[in-house]
Design a protein around this ligand. Structure first.
Ligand code: FAD
Length: 409
């Protein structure tokens, strides 16, 4: 058992850190206040090789691994602790890999190289107004017309990256889940690579809007509305009726990277709390760090973070053993337990770290100038939703541990 990253992995993390400490750290709070990731920053992150990391090079990816993707996302969140750019980065690593695994060759060549260069977005459009946890109950439909073209109707909500995909980049697309036959249940669901923007051109019968969220403002969260929107059959990912299963694989891969974002954000909160606890002096010029009421919560965050980080790296390694090394005897489903366990620990540690940081700052934390609230509101997005709620993570861990005959969804 080796708890150390390899020399190459350490060098990769260090080079990403150096790039982001110049390009992202100085502007993260300004980006959150202005509610926008600058398009040229996305381009530069693409040129730096931060997107489509596990996707092979012949599809314009970096030919890397999920562990490298996790290290990149961790660094992105450390340098933007409101986690907006981390969301952009993790989506554009996990979901393009799903397109690479199951997409049509022509569609892969159309989308993936642009994602790799930071010119395109490929996210996930699953959640509907009727509830995100019940994927099998989704209602958006895709019905084939006489010309063999699918006509999509329905609505997706709380979708990340809508403005970036439609207004900022050359191509904006999602793994879209829709019902291709009228039967209820998950076997009637199909996944599509839905392109909502190609160089400013949008498909007919397609509208979008941006929601007013309370945090991680730099990346938008929005709605996608379909009214008979045409999607050609080559954009089916996998086969008709496989959409639910493929989505579950994508969610597990994305959860590994969501977890990485949370440990990066928690590391920032921890270091920021430590600095302030050393600097702030009270009661006869004593640093507040000298009081156990201040230093013990910091120590507890540090220990939880060490444990969470190991769990996140372990989950990333399991993903690599399944997908990159293709180890015999392992199946995609084997990632579910690790990805969900990692998300439980990483998200709750990040929220705890943000809370401890707020308390350490005292009233200063409650001002906009201090900027620490941006971290709290950013990580909160992962506590309430985003790639599955914490309850759903507990359900998956319990199901894998105790058995699906005992644990019902
Ligand atoms: C900032 C942000 C960005 C997002 N980005 C995307 C995106 O890009 N793409 C996308 O598709 N979705 C996205 N989502 C939506 C997200 O994935 C959903 O929030 C999530 O799936 C939960 O769905 P819901 O919010 O409708 O809650 P619901 O499913 O209505 O659940 C409400 C509550 O009930 C609990 N609950 C539900 N069912 C059970 C059960 N069986 N057992 C125990 N508890 C249960 C949940 O844990 C939750 O606490 C985003 C959400 C946020 C907040």
């Amino acid at each position: 058992m080796d708890f150390e990253l390899s020399q190459d992995e350490k060098l990769f993390k260090q080079s990403v850190h150096e790039f982001l400490s110049k390009e992202l750290a100085p502007i993260w709070s300004d980006m959150d206040a202005k509610k926008m990731i600058p398009t040229d920053l996305i381009h530069r992150m693409g040129e730096q090789g931060l997107f489509a990391i596990p996707v092979p090079e012949q599809y314009g990816g970096q030919g890397g691994s999920f562990l490298l993707a996790a290290l990149a996302v961790e660094e992105v969140a450390y340098n933007d602790p409101a986690v907006a750019t981390a969301v952009f980065t993790l989506l554009n690593n996990a979901w393009p890999y799903i397109l690479y695994l199951y997409g049509n060759e022509e569609v892969k060549q159309e989308i993936l190289p642009l994602v790799g260069r930071g010119r395109a977005f490929f996210g996930i459009a699953s959640t509907e107004p009727t509830g995100g946890s019940d994927v099998a109950g989704e209602r958006t439909s895709a019905v084939k017309d006489a010309n063999g073209i699918y006509r999509v109707s329905g609505e997706k909500v709380y979708i990340s990256g809508v403005r970036e995909a439609i207004e900022q980049l050359d191509l904006g697309s999602w793994y879209l889940i829709a019902r291709t036959s009228p039967e209820p249940g998950h076997r009637a669901l199909t996944g599509f690579a839905f392109i909502g923007n190609y160089r400013g051109k949008r498909p007919e019968g397609f509208e979008y809007s941006i929601l007013n969220t309370i945090g991680r403002h730099a990346i938008s969260t929005g709605t996608l509305k379909f009214n008979g929107t045409p999607v050609e059959s080559r954009y089916v990912i996998g086969q008709e009726g496989r959409g639910f299963y493929i989505a579950m694989e994508g969610f597990s891969l994305a959860r590994v990277l969501v977890s990485a974002a949370n440990i990066g954000a928690a590391q920032w909160a921890l270091e920021t709390a430590i600095s302030y606890a050393r600097e702030r002096k009270l009661f006869g010029d004593k640093p507040i760090a000298s009081y156990q009421g201040v230093s013990f919560p910091i120590a507890e965050v540090a220990s939880k973070l060490e444990a969470a980080r190991l769990l996140v790296y372990k989950a990333a390694q399991v993903a690599d053993r399944i997908y990159i090394k293709k180890e015999a005897g392992l199946r995609p489903h084997d990632l579910d337990y690790w990805a969900s366990a990692a998300k439980i620990e990483a998200v709750e540690t990040a929220l705890n770290a943000a809370e401890v940081l707020m308390k350490t700052y005292g009233a200063l934390a409650y001002t906009e100038e201090a900027n620490v609230f941006r971290n709290l509101l950013g990580v909160l997005s992962y506590f309430v939703g985003a790639e599955g709620t914490q309850n759903i993570m507990r359900y998956i861990v319990a199901r894998e541990l105790i058995g699906k005959d005992y644990v019902k969804g």
